[in-house]
Design a protein around this ligand. Structure first.
Ligand SMILES: O=C(O)c1ccccc1N[C@@H]1O[C@H](COP(=O)(O)O)[C@@H](O)[C@H]1O
Length: 256
């Protein structure tokens, strides 16, 4: 017979950490943009990346998800803009895009970001990634960008193997955290892929940051419901830029 009373249960639930929100600033050709399905050429521009980042910070964000899209696509980079944005932030920054070797990793970490998110490198340079996980620990996250259960790299243009095989390998190497993006949902305002997130959380003990598809406060509440399963945070992009809700409303919804 259980000795856990409903009162105690509500206490346990209340003790779960709140879902972290990471408003996104993706930079292409010097501008803050949003893409649809991550496809080059689908950009909607939202002006200065620095202004966007400062807006999210002053709205109460604790994290910024910052992406150099040109570096991810191999069409150049926005290093100066990225450095400028990170330097202006008092909040934590997760930085990604084009971090694939010692030089790009050193430049990314030197910005002062809290952690970096590796995509292509985790698929194409497994030995290097194992080494940087061992060296930098919690400052390294891996982005698992998937269509179905197939990972995609190089600006999401190339297949990079099976999600669960890669996850098992990275887990065994001590990867601290995963940023899971459903490419079919990204930039579409169709709602996150909760089933994918649940399955990934069941396959790893490490925290998962959800990315792709958030369209409403109810989506954020649904993601909050997965905190107990391992979802630590949610990246929010298009919905904020399109005005579906404000960041203040989003933060209040996940604090409920
Ligand atoms: O965020 C996007 O919309 C995006 C679209 C297309 C490609 C990458 C994108 N973002 C992030 O970039 C890194 C991957 O970069 P790399 O492969 O390490 O160079 C990853 O965090 C993606 O989620």
């Amino acid at each position: 017979m259980s000795h856990v009373t409903p009162d105690v249960l509500s206490h346990v639930t209340a003790d779960l950490p709140k879902l972290e929100l990471l408003p996104a600033v993706d930079v292409r050709d010097g501008q803050a943009v949003r893409l649809v399905h991550g496809e080059s050429g689908t950009e909607t521009s939202y002006g200065s990346p620095l202004e966007a980042a400062l807006t999210w910070q002053s709205s109460g964000a604790q994290w910024l998800h910052l992406v150099d899209l040109d570096a991810a696509f191999g069409t150049g980079d926005n290093r100066d803009r990225i450095r400028e944005v990170v330097a202006a932030m008092d909040i934590r920054v997760e930085l990604s895009g084009g971090i694939r070797d010692d030089d790009t990793l050193a430049a990314a970490l030197a910005t002062g970001c809290t952690r970096v998110n590796l995509g292509t490198a985790a698929l194409e340079s497994p030995e290097w990634v194992a080494g940087v996980i061992a060296e930098h620990g919690d400052r390294i996250a891996v982005g698992l960008d998937v269509r179905g259960t197939t990972l995609r790299g190089r600006g999401w243009t190339r297949d990079g193997g099976d999600l669960y095989e890669t996850l098992a390998r990275l887990d065994s190497e001590g990867c601290a955290r995963y940023v899971v993006t459903d490419i079919n949902k990204d930039g579409t305002l169709q709602g996150p892929n909760l089933e994918l997130l649940r399955t990934v959380c069941a396959a790893t003990e490490r925290p998962v940051v959800a990315s792709g598809g958030v369209s409403s406060l109810d989506d954020l509440r649904a993601l909050s419901g997965l905190v107990g399963e391992g979802v630590e945070g949610a990246i929010v992009g298009k919905a904020l830029y399109a005005g579906a809700f404000t960041l203040e409303e989003a933060l209040a919804a996940v604090a409920e």
